[in-house]
Design a protein around this ligand. Sequence first.
Ligand code: HEM
Length: 312
Amino acid sequence: MTIDQIEPQAVDSPITRSALFMVATLGPGEHCAVRVREVCGDLAGLVRSVGKRVPSGNLSCVIGFGAAVWERLFGTPQPIGLHPFREFGSGARKALATPGDILLHIRAEHMDLCFELAALLVKRLGDAVAVVDEVQGFRYFDMRSIIGFVDGTENPGPRDVARFTLVGDEDPAFAGGSYVLVQKYLHDMAGWEALSTQEQERIIGRTKLADIELDAASKPSCSHSSLTTLEEGGQEIKILRDNMPFGRPGAGEFGTYFIGYARSPAPIEQMLENMFVGKPPGNYDRLLDYSRAVTGGLYFVPPVDFLEQAAE
Ligand code: HEM
């Protein structure tokens, strides 16, 4: 099979209004691994069955697997970049690793579609997994993050997205796969809102209302945008993000579910290091004075054919 015949999972699914993120751990025993492989084979059919009922609903589901269970589930070889989530920073400003072997990233225009598919998958997985985190995300006004800034603007465009997100010749056995890193953030919304708009704009590196990048003279080197812009040999290295706001206002919970896809974990990890440790060290991302990461996981998203063969 050549690279252009490989069907990737729906990594580059269209932007949707709703998403459901589910992280689960795999139970002990061979029967758990067998069940998960069976569900890998059922996934595409389930997405078709639920999605067909609302043709404009853009339902999609990406499944990813962590380093700790790869060999148990699929044997060897293992994707070359797959390893446990690497932690960055320390103390209150830390990108920490939390338990999780399987990630489901379900996207659709309406939460009922995400919910229905998640419920079917959880039923099929049964006691083979334990769900350790589940977040229902929604798109805020004008594609904004919960902190009020438009989120996702600098994602790669349709011409570049495959080259930044899909494994190629560097790991032929896993070509067409992708790495995905997730973190759940909780915000100190009162602290963030106490800042002036200008202070917030200097932290993000863009204007709030119009979402325009600050010019070089007024954009601090510790802005979120500066620290997450990577270059290699004069070329920008991008990742694909589809963050979602979530929360429970009554409980004082205001969150961002960060999700980033890339061809290798390296650029996302470099961004985390720049944000949490700083570039140079100490010149860290001030967004983290108002945002705390409470989960962290790294997964590999194999191509569709791999999932189907795993079930055979
Ligand atoms: C607290 C959670 C986060 C929030 C609320 C947030 C929000 C934003 C916003 C508002 C932008 C500007 C608009 C855009 O280009 O999308 C942005 C840009 C960006 N963010 Fe984040 N982000 C978060 C965490 C992260 C993390 C953890 C990473 C990577 C590890 C990351 C990577 C990026 C990248 C690559 C850009 C584009 C930079 C550029 O090219 O200008 N973000 N983010």
